[in-house]
Design a protein around this ligand. Structure first.
Ligand SMILES: [Zn+2]
Length: 363
């Protein structure tokens, strides 16, 4: 297999030669410890010391260092609980088991040596299920460039896609094709024309580190509401974002003032939820505006303002009173009553003080 990728898995006890893997619905697979548990980094930053050339421009305008850096940022955009923190340092050689993650070129990587087909290796020191140190070593025997698309001839290797692949190992992903999976993935064991992270790669990394953080974005806006005095009104908003945003409703009083956060009170409830209820409406509140601010650690978003209109209500009064009726026994009889009011009244007939048939209108 030409240009295959070889990876060295180390424990503090020595080389792990054979590992057992479970099957997953997705093609991705994990690097595991002796007990078959997936390895991963704790939440936070993974500092990566990039010790490669940062002066010579490659085909896509990057350098070896900035092309690798861009690969780290590509992974960062897809995952949540950890982020690569690239540090571009002077070109040089790393040191095995020094508690620093180092990326460099070498003609003789530590005590392993290159075989003819190996482009790069990632060493993985871990303890328990936690990654401790990953060094990424590129083979000086190849010609390295940075470009997208189909692989170039004559073994000119795109450092960007190799870095994407090796960084997947740093995160804890293994080769899906080494575990009976047939998927499109940068994590497959052989370099190909695939030059970017694929859905399977991303799903694997997100299963370890969750979704990337994203600021709230309003997807549901509150609508203007008209209610009769004394009735309650509801305003609703919704926002996307990760982690899920929290909500806070604000009010701008009619006639002036400024936007202010609402707290729970007799008249306002749900002030920290997606739906605000305004109770006990009075005419003086007509024209009040409400808006919702959605927030998470990545930012906030403010909804459009919605206006509350309160319509004066009047008690029902009868304009037509039922009149006494005389009919022959067994014949139907009709009583008529009409009332006005705001909002329009409903009717309830009673017989001898006992509720009788409800009628929508009596006209
Ligand atoms: Zn690999």
């Amino acid at each position: 297999m030409k240009n295959s990728c070889t990876d060295i898995f180390r424990t503090l006890l020595g080389l792990v030669a054979a590992l057992t893997y479970a099957s997953f619905a997705w093609g991705y697979s994990f690097i595991t410890n002796d007990s078959g548990q997936a390895l991963s980094w704790p939440a936070g930053s993974i500092t990566m010391h990039i010790m490669v050339d940062n002066t010579t421009a490659l085909s896509d305008g990057t350098t070896r260092a900035t092309s690798i850096q861009a690969a780290m940022l590509a992974w960062n955009a897809q995952i949540g609980s950890v982020q690569f923190s690239p540090l571009i340092a002077a070109a040089g050689s790393g040191t095995d088991k020094n508690n620093a993650n180092e990326l460099f070129f070498s003609a003789a990587p530590y005590d392993y040596g290159w075989d003819n087909n190996t482009l790069a290796i990632t060493t993985i020191w871990y303890s328990g299920t936690q990654m401790k140190e990953n060094d990424m070593i590129f083979n000086t025997a190849y010609t390295w460039d940075s470009y997208r698309g189909a692989q170039h001839a004559n073994n000119v290797i795109d450092i960007h896609r190799i870095a994407l692949h090796e960084l997947g190992h740093v995160l804890g992903l293994d080769h899906p094709d080494d575990h009976g999976q047939s998927v499109t993935a940068i994590m497959n064991s052989t370099v190909s024309d695939i030059d970017s992270l694929q859905a399977d790669d991303i799903a694997g990394a997100q299963s370890l580190y969750g979704l990337p953080n994203s600021p709230p974005a309003m997807v549901g806006q509150p609508a203007n509401q008209s209610v009769y005095a004394g009735q309650s009104a509801q305003f609703s908003a919704s926002a996307t974002g990760h982690p899920a945003p929290t909500y806070n409703w604000q009010r701008l009083p009619t006639g002036g003032g400024s936007w202010a956060n609402l707290g729970e009170s007799v008249n306002y409830s749900g002030t920290a939820t997606a739906t605000l209820s305004v109770g006990g409406t009075v005419l003086a509140a007509s024209g009040d505006q409400f808006r919702c601010v959605a927030s998470n650690g990545s930012g906030s978003a403010t909804s459009n303002a919605a206006t509350l209109t309160v319509i004066a209500s009047t008690l029902p009064s009868f304009t037509t009173q039922p009149a006494g009726q005389t009919v022959t026994e067994g014949q139907p009889v009709t009583f008529t009553a009409t009332a006005t009011g705001v909002p329009p009244p409903t009717y309830q007939w009673k017989k001898g003080g006992v509720p009788s048939l409800a009628r929508p209108a009596a006209a």
